[in-house]
Ligand binder design. Structure first.
Ligand SMILES: [Zn+2]
Length: 180
């Protein structure tokens, strides 16, 4: 059974000014050890038939329409607790290791493949493909480290408010009453 989601809204104007956010993190409810500024986007669903957008032009059109619709809030001083900072550091480290490792495996095996004997080329091709896959997967690790995902917030579609889904009790308690 799906748990009821508690969504809190904050005026975009107030989160764009430093000092208006709680002193406890939204995820874990622990005291903030760090304040971060970041750009928080709205989630945009572009309507339209996907089967009709098979060519480059309509894809570009979809992307530009998406860019027009995305609203961004420049959040100032969002509280992160020690756990938030650690989670972010871990995912950023994983992303970096995967990116560098994938790149070295991919580029390195291509270079070695050029000079290697015919019989070993296939083995290096396998490593190159593996490296490429790891390279692509590093983007997912980077996504996990993203602040929007970490704090569980998004800008509303109209850009006027910031939505926070299921914040910690300590965070919610410090919000103005009318936000609930
Ligand atoms: Zn936290």
């Amino acid at each position: 059974m799906r748990q009821e989601q508690r969504v809190y809204t904050l005026p975009a104007g107030s989160v764009q000014q430093p000092g208006n956010l709680p002193a406890h993190c939204a995820r874990h409810g622990r005291p903030a050890v760090k304040r971060v500024d970041f750009a928080l986007q709205s989630k945009v669903e572009i309507e339209g038939n996907r089967t009709l957008s098979g060519n480059v032009f309509s894809t570009a059109d979809r992307l530009s329409r998406r860019a027009e619709k995305v609203r961004v809030t420049h959040v100032k001083g969002w509280p992160l607790c020690r756990d938030c900072v650690r989670i972010r550091t871990v995912w950023l480290t994983i992303a970096l290791i995967m990116f560098v490792g994938g790149l070295v495996a991919f580029a390195g095996s291509l270079l070695v493949g050029i000079v290697a004997a015919e019989s070993t080329v296939q083995a290096f091709a396998g490593v190159a493909i593996g490296g490429f896959v790891v390279l692509v997967l590093s983007a997912f690790a980077l996504h996990r480290a993203g602040l929007a995902r970490l704090v569980g917030a998004a800008t509303a579609a109209d850009g006027r408010t910031v939505l926070i889904v299921n914040p910690s009790d300590a965070f919610a308690a410090e919000l103005p009453r009318r936000c609930a």
